[in-house]
Each structure stands twice: as C-alpha cells, then as structure tokens.
Design a protein around this ligand. Structure first.
Ligand SMILES: Nc1ncnc2c1ncn2[C@@H]1O[C@H](COP(=O)(O)OP(=O)(O)OP(=O)(O)O)[C@@H](O)[C@H]1O
Length: 251
C-alpha cells in the first residue's frame, strides 16, 4: 500500500560530468523498517544517500517523502519533516562532555529564537532528557566524560544519541559500522535495532554481512543501479550479488 512507503525515489539519476554515479534508481522504503543500501566500492551508495538527504541535486528523477514530492526542497526543510541524517563524529564537540553534546542537540531542536531554554527549569529538563537519551544508547554513567576520551564505538553511540535528540521519524545512517572493531559491530547493530523502534531507518553500508541480522530489507547497488533487493537470505543467495562482491572482501 502506498501509505506504507515513507521514502520513494523514481528514476533517480545523478551524473557527474557525463559519468552516471546513480542510474535510474527506484527505491521504496517501507515505514517502520530498517532498510540497508549496500554495494561494493563506487556502487553509488553515498551519492544516492546524498540525493535523498538533499545534499546533492539529482540530474533527473523524483524523491517522495510520505507521498509528497520533495525533490526541490532544501536539506533543512527535509530535517523539519523528520528525516534526520546522523551527525558525523567530527560534528560532535570533542572537548565538551558527553552530556553537553546531547544538550546542544536538544537545544538545537528547541530552536533559540525565544531563548526560553535558558531558564533553570528548562535547562534541568534538558539535563534529564539528555541522560535519558544517553541511557537509550547504552551510555549511562558517561555524561561527565570528555567526548574526545571516549572509545570509538562509544563515540558512535553518542553520535546516535545527538541524532535522536532531534526526534527523527526517519533516521539516515551513513556507514554506521565504518571504522568499528569487529567486536563493536554487533553492539552497534543492537543499538540501531533498539533505536529503530517506532521509526524508519535507512542506512548505507559496505558490508553485506554486518546488515544481515539488522535489516528488514536490503537494496544492493552496483555501478549506480539496483542489482537486487530483498531480505538478507534472498540477496545473499543471488548469484549476481555473489559475483559483485567476489574479491571485494566485503561478502
Ligand atoms: N562529486 C563527484 N564528482 C565526480 N564523480 C563522483 C563524485 N561523487 C562520486 N563520484 C563517483 O561516483 C561513483 C559512486 O560513488 P559513491 O561514493 O556514491 O559510491 P559508494 O557506493 O558510496 O562507494 P564507497 O563505498 O566507496 O563509499 C564513484 O565512481 C565516484 O568516483
């Protein structure tokens, strides 16, 4: 049913000086699911993601959010609709405490036009809400820690907490497992599953196996086009997908 689809692209195409990085992609992301966009290096995942989040303008095609055409909207307008792209780790202030980083994200959500958040009552409320979010991502007890001193996996958890502060309906995660040590991948996958409750998650990832237990649906891109779609069981047995991943070390 159409209303079950929260993000849809129709014929989405991006050319860079004659080179087609994303080619005629028809993507449908179902509301309330975890959907992974995967593919080998250079498949067009990041470009596709940048088109959906409006960081890039498509050469042709359409992007729909909740059935509405958002192809020509600005990134800020998309965020106001509830589609929030995860902050990169570099966007977290390293010398502030973990709680301060979440509080800044909460203040950002409130907006600063009225300055009403400066009152003690509101500031205390933000403190409590920040601690709730930290506990949601498994960072309880880390509120006073200096962000720069957190291990990498915990920084990723903090990045997710600052994104959740913006109360997204759709959470867009750009390679959430990138740089993770093997033992952290499972933990971050569990975290994503937990924060996906009541939301939609669209994530970009290289590695088919790390999205195996996490994703309801996987779209495999190759050379800018959709190669296969389905559950992990379906796409991992697809001979074309196996072929595309052969020798990449990501299968
Ligand atoms: N701004 C740009 N100008 C020219 N070519 C680009 C640009 N951005 C991406 N490309 C090319 O488009 C193709 C797809 O790149 P993209 O980064 O979307 O792939 P990807 O699947 O995210 O790859 P990776 O997994 O390596 O990040 C690549 O061949 C890349 O070189």
């Amino acid at each position: 049913m159409a209303q079950d689809i929260i993000i849809e692209t129709k014929g989405l195409t991006k050319e860079f000086k004659g080179f087609t990085a994303v080619s005629n992609v028809d993507l449908q992301v179902r509301r309330g699911t975890i959907h992974a966009l995967i593919g080998p290096n250079g498949a067009g995942k990041t470009t596709c993601f940048n088109l959906i989040t409006k960081f890039l303008i498509p050469t042709s095609g359409q992007i729909l959010y909740d059935g509405q055409d958002i192809t020509s909207e600005q990134p800020a307008a998309i965020a106001r609709r509830g589609m929030v792209r995860s902050f990169q780790i570099s966007a977290v202030f390293p010398h502030l405490t973990v709680r301060e980083n979440v509080r800044i994200a909460l203040q950002h959500k409130l907006g600063n036009s009225f300055h009403f958040w400066r009152s003690d009552r509101v500031l205390n409320g933000l403190h409590d809400r920040a601690d709730e979010l930290l506990s949601d991502v498994g960072l309880e007890g880390y509120g006073e820690a200096i962000t720069a001193e957190l291990p990498y996996g915990r920084k990723r958890a903090l990045e997710i907490a600052t994104t959740l502060a913006l109360e997204p309906k759709v959470l867009l995660l750009d390679e959430p497992m990138a740089g993770m040590a093997h033992e952290d991948v499972g933990r971050i996958a569990e975290l994503i599953k937990r924060v996906a409750k009541g939301r939609t998650v669209l994530m970009v990832e290289h590695n088919l196996k790390v999205v195996a237990n996490l994703s309801d649906k996987i779209t495999v891109l190759q050379r800018g086009a959709i190669l296969a779609q389905g559950t992990y069981a379906e796409v991992s047995e697809n001979p074309e997908v196996v072929q595309a991943y052969m020798g990449t070390g990501h299968g």
